[in-house]
Structure formats: C-alpha cells, structure tokens
Design a protein around this ligand. Structure first.
Ligand code: COA
Length: 169
C-alpha cells in the first residue's frame, strides 16, 4: 500500500505544484474529450503556470496543497479559497497525476483539505466539475460530497455540476 503525504505548498516548491497541475488537467481534458470545447481548454491552459501558482501566495484567503509519494515525487495539487469570515470555502482545482489514480493519493489529499477547512472554521465547501467527469463525481461522492445543483449552460455553454460538503464543527 503506497503512502502519500499532503502538505501546505511552500513557495520554494511552486514547480512541484505546477508539474502536477499540468498532468492532472491534461488527464481531465483527455477524459472529458469534446464535452469541453477546445477554446475553453486553451483558455484554461493560459492559467496553468508557475507564475499563477506564485501569485496565489499573495492572497491570504487562498490555500494551496501538494501531495507527495514515498519518493517525494509530487503527485497531487489542490487550490481554493475561503471567503473571509463567512465560513464558506471553494475549491478551484483538485487533482492527482494519472500515475496514482486509484491508489489513495486523492483520498489522502481530500482528507487533508477537509481537515484544514474544518480547522479554519469553514462549515461548507463547494466545487464544480463536469457531469461527464464520472471518475471525479464518483470520487467526491465516496468522500461524502453531495450533488447540490446543476449549472446549466454555464461557462463556455456547457453544464457544470456543483458538489458541496458540509463540515461538522
Ligand atoms: C478525480 C480524481 C482526483 C479522483 O482520484 P482517483 O484516485 O482517480 O479516484 P478513485 O480511484 O479513488 O475513485 C474514482 C472512482 O471512479 C471510478 N472510475 C475510475 N475510472 C473510471 C472511468 N474511466 N469511468 C468511470 N468511473 C471510473 C473508480 O472505480 C472509482 O469509483 P468508486 O469510488 O465507486 O470505486 C483523479 O481522477 C484526478 O485527479 N483526475 C484528473 C483531474 C480531475 O478530473 N479533477 C477533478 C476536477 S473537478
């Protein structure tokens, strides 16, 4: 059984986050295929860079985590934000590298994120994904997330599913 360690991203490790972000997004785009239009994918790629990872450090409401395997190889990345003192959080990206799909790295990362948000006093956290991203939807539901609302013809004219998790105080 592989052992994974999720940690707060350090500025010096921005490249680790960037490397995994790239792998996980590529895997997601391949998985959902034409459901997500090409111009949308290209637009998103413009926001995947070392510079974007670095810029997030400047925003105190933003959190970034990276997950490492036993050999200290970065295999997961997550970033999101807490909306001030409202108790609401949003995950902008959550993913792991294809090499560790099905190996528990994503579960480890999710446990870490939810514990962090709990400790910050967050009572609800949401994210959006594509309904056709069945692998992700199954993963989130198995980890206690609930389908909350279907966002019809949302960004780029495609449907998104909002899932949320309510955190016990
Ligand atoms: C979404 C993600 C974090 C899940 O991590 P994972 O390690 O792959 O997840 P798991 O293997 O624990 O669970 C995936 C579930 O989907 C199922 N699954 C795997 N491949 C599948 C496929 N091709 N089609 C449908 N279901 C699939 C698994 O059987 C499992 O179901 P179960 O929980 O009922 O057993 C990971 O796949 C990922 O990072 N993907 C790329 C980025 C992404 O899509 N992020 C989400 C964007 S919001």
């Amino acid at each position: 059984m592989a052992i994974f360690r999720t940690t707060h991203l350090a500025q010096a490790s921005a490249k680790d986050a960037y490397d995994v972000h790239t792998k996980a997004i590529r895997a997601m785009f391949e998985y959902v295929g034409d459901y997500y239009p090409q111009p949308a994918k290209m637009f998103d790629w413009e926001h995947v860079s070392m510079e974007h990872v670095q810029r997030r450090f400047a925003n105190s409401q933003v959190f970034q985590f990276v997950t490492y395997d036993e050999d200290q190889v970065p295999v997961g990345y997550c970033f999101g934000e807490i909306h001030g003192p409202s108790g609401y959080g949003f995950i902008h990206f959550f993913g792991v590298a294809p090499e560790v799909f099905g190996k528990g790295a994503a579960d480890n990362q999710m446990r870490f994120v939810l514990k962090f948000l709990h400790d910050q006093g967050v009572h609800k956290v949401s994210l959006v994904t594509f309904p056709v991203n069945e692998r992700a939807v199954k993963f989130y539901k198995r980890n206690g997330w609930e389908e909350e609302v279907l966002l019809k013809q949302h960004w780029w004219g495609v449907d998104y599913l909002q899932l949320s998790y309510w955190i016990e105080p």
